[in-house]
Ligand binder design. Sequence first.
Ligand SMILES: C[S@@+](CC[C@H](N)C(=O)[O-])C[C@H]1O[C@@H](n2cnc3c(N)ncnc32)[C@H](O)[C@@H]1O
Length: 261
Amino acid sequence: MRDALADTERRLAAAGIETPRVDAEWLVAHVLGVSRSDVHAHDELDGSALESLVARREHREPLAYVLGDWGFRRLTLKTDARALVPRPETEVLVERALALIRGEPAPSVLDVGVGSGAIALAIADEHPGARVVGVDTSTDALGLARENADRLGLGVELRAAGLEAAAEGWDLVVANPPYVRPSEWERLQPEIREWEPRAALVGEGVHEALARVARTARLVMEVGDGQARQVASAFAEVGYGDIRITADLAGRERVVEGRKA
Ligand SMILES: C[S@@+](CC[C@H](N)C(=O)[O-])C[C@H]1O[C@@H](n2cnc3c(N)ncnc32)[C@H](O)[C@@H]1O
């Protein structure tokens, strides 16, 4: 097992992966069926099962797709190429969304661009009275979100729709919309550029368009690094107050929220 771990780390480093040791431990843990911290308690492992996983990761397939599931807040979500891998900064978005509906017994919540279901399902899990709807223009993403909802036994409504769903009237609209500028595409890591759905990533002006169309008491969105001030201005222009920007764990301004009377 120790040799397999060292060999995997060496191969992943040679493939240009920035965290070869951690990734090697995740892959070995997956094959052993144990947590990462328990890897070192084992001597033997199935080399052929590990080989297929390492080969996929060497091709820069995201670790979350290779493992097939990924932790997000209190949930373990199925992850594959139908939708974006849930990111840690999106956990901060969920934190703010939950704060905005705290104390309300049955708020109506819309997640625009539901993807794997990460945000909608985390809100349904952590605010049990909420009536949560998730929409996406990608039928692939909706299929994955449905599987996640069923696996977790969480009741969220999922529909094929775009930004117009936000005009129906909600207590809270939450979104992590596509915000990578087309000019930034070539600079993205291969894991993102070559494996995650482009339509989930690339978008310009989606925050502003959603702020204009939404009819909601509270609005909260994730933004790209450096976009928060501009999105906050767009919220103010269409009448939101109590505007607040929240930083992620790395100190980057990544979440913008506002309220309407
Ligand atoms: C950045 S991903 C976010 C996925 C998920 N909410 C998360 O945070 O992991 C954006 C999602 O928005 C969807 N999308 C893109 N344009 C859209 C639109 N106009 N209306 C609804 N969904 C859209 C994409 O298909 C994708 O699933």
